[in-house]
Design a protein around this ligand. Structure first.
Ligand code: ADP
Length: 514
């Protein structure tokens, strides 16, 4: 059932064919049943005119016979009534088109006679409302009824005609009923029904087949277009659709090809531009390194001799050394980022114990200098993961030092956790926190919450940390609440080699600010 539902959702062709078949079955069924009803009604109506006339003449004959009767003794009367019934049904039962039922006399004490009928029928077989009408008024009454007594167990549509008979000699009233089973009409209706059913079924199948053929003509090219678009989206920018003829599909293919060509040229242009920029950043960083080393050596000499300078110059020498240190870090961060951008960053994998890395954060020099206490949680058991230890240490160091420098929290929590397929490390602080917008912006290059407070940083630390996490197929996310604190969650897969495109995201540690 769920497979069928899935097919219905996914396949345009299945949907078109199935809904056409269902709708046409409905329409054909409706038309067929209307046709059948009108055929049955027409047949019954014609038959009814004939049979009512036949019954009328029979009843008139019976009444005439009664009128001619001179017997006034009830027994003799009933005998002659029985004779009337017998005469009217004398013909061979197989050739006779009706059965007769005689009921009465009404109001008389002796109810045993002359109730009589041509077969084993009882007066009770006659519908009660017709009996009522016949008894109450002298006219001719008739109606349709489904009677099972006449057929072999099945209900047979029957025309029942009845009228009162009165005996002038005794004054008794009787009721006589003609029952005409419409067997022949029923057979015809059955035949028509069967023909309509078979015809309808064949028609529905034919319609289904035709729709299948027609929809294939439309769906085929659409499917082809889908496959081409998928390959294009997967990065195969050379993909184009085959154009044939001048119909809508051909025009769609032409437009698709134009779009693909224009996208391809734009992407190429942007790729070239981006490659140029990457080269530029990487070249500039490289080129600046050599002179920087010379300048740093000079600055170091000045710094070492600062005692001999006047205080102002000594201060300048100190500043020069600090800023040159920052400049060097900036260059090396830029080089790192340009390697990520060029897709040239490589992992050096080994088995790493995340719990061990977490424990070592207790002796972080920056946190120690700033008097911030680092509390480590969940690190009693080893948390093994396949990773590049240098990169993971760099991420954790960056997170801990950021929390110490920027949050203003006196305590930092470092918590590790693991699941079967992934491990997580959280660095949590209880300081200034981050709002919803900053959660994302902290990872932007050169972004700082407070540009005046650089704390010797470059604004690239978190951007690099996120690239490092992504290189492992993991994630680095930030959560926080203004004034309450922030937590940075690093989640890595246990094994770097995973199915294409899969990323370890759901953290293996319970979060406080998420
Ligand atoms: P850098 O430390 O070099 O300035 P980062 O990319 O490491 O660059 O951090 C970017 C900015 O994010 C920081 O300047 C700081 O404003 C903000 N930030 C980072 N960690 C926290 C934290 N734990 N609490 C509050 N702000 C933070």
């Amino acid at each position: 059932m769920s497979r069928l539902l899935g097919l219905w959702r996914r396949s345009l062709q299945v949907r078109v064919v199935l809904s056409t078949v269902l709708l046409s079955s409905f329409v054909i069924g409706l038309t067929g049943s209307a046709l059948l009803t009108s055929v049955a009604a027409g047949l019954a109506e014609r038959r009814q005119e004939v049979v009512v006339a036949e019954a009328r003449s029979g009843l008139d004959a019976a009444q005439a016979q009664l009128d001619a009767e001179v017997e006034s003794v009830p027994t003799a009367q009933s005998i002659s009534l029985a004779q009337i019934v017998d005469t009217l049904t004398q013909t061979d039962p197989s050739a006779r088109a009706y059965e007769l039922v005689l009921d009465g006399p009404f109001g008389a004490e002796d109810r045993t006679a002359p109730r009589r009928s041509s077969t084993a029928l009882d007066a009770d077989a006659v519908p009660a409302d017709l009996q009522q009408s016949v008894r109450s008024e002298p006219g001719l009454f008739w109606r349709y009824a489904e009677l099972s007594v006449l057929g072999a167990g099945n209900d047979v549509p029957t025309v029942v005609v009845g009228r009162q008979l009165t005996s002038p000699s005794t004054g008794d009233t009787y009721a006589m009923y003609y029952l005409f089973p419409l067997v022949e009409q029923q057979t015809t209706v059955d035949l028509v029904r069967r023909a309509l059913l078979v015809g309808g079924l064949v028609m529905v199948l034919l319609v289904g087949g035709v729709v299948l053929l027609v929809s294939r003509q439309v769906v085929g090219p659409v499917r082809l277009a889908r496959r081409v678009a998928e390959r294009y989206a997967a990065g195969n920018l050379e993909q184009r659709m085959h154009v044939e003829g001048e119909d809508d599909i051909a025009r769609l293919s032409t437009s698709f090809n134009q779009m693909a060509a224009s996208l391809q040229s734009q992407i190429r242009r942007l790729q070239d531009l981006s490659r140029l920029q990457q080269r530029f950043v990487s070249d500039v960083s490289h080129e600046l390194r050599t002179p920087l080393t010379t300048v740093q050596m000079g600055a170091q000499m000045l710094f070492d001799a600062r005692e001999t300078f006047d205080p102002k110059t000594a201060r300048a020498a100190e500043l020069l050394r600090t800023e040159l240190g920052r400049f060097e870090r900036l260059l090396s961060d830029l080089l790192d980022l340009s390697r990520f951008d060029a897709g040239a960053a490589q992992l050096e994998l080994s088995e790493v114990d995340l719990a061990d890395i977490a424990r070592r954060t207790r002796s972080d020099p920056v946190a120690g200098r700033l008097g911030v206490r680092v509390q480590v949680m969940g690190a009693a058991r080893p948390v093994k993961v396949e990773a590049d230890v240098r990169r993971v240490e760099r991420i954790v160091r960056n997170l801990v030092q950021n929390a110490a420098k920027y949050s203003g929290s006196p305590v930092i929590e470092v918590e590790v956790g693991q699941r079967a397929d992934r491990v997580s490390l959280v660095v949590r602080d209880f300081g200034v926190g981050l709002d919803d917008d900053e959660n994302l912006r902290v990872f932007d290059r050169f972004w700082r919450a407070d540009p005046a407070r650089t704390e010797g940083g470059t604004g690239l630390g978190l951007a690099i940390a996120r690239e490092d996490a992504g290189l492992h197929g993991g994630t680095l996310r930030a959560h926080g609440r203004p004034g309450e604190g922030a937590e940075f969650v690093l989640t890595l897969p246990r094994r770097v080699e995973r199915p294409e495109g899969e990323v370890a995201d759901e953290p293996a540690v319970a979060l406080r600010f998420a």
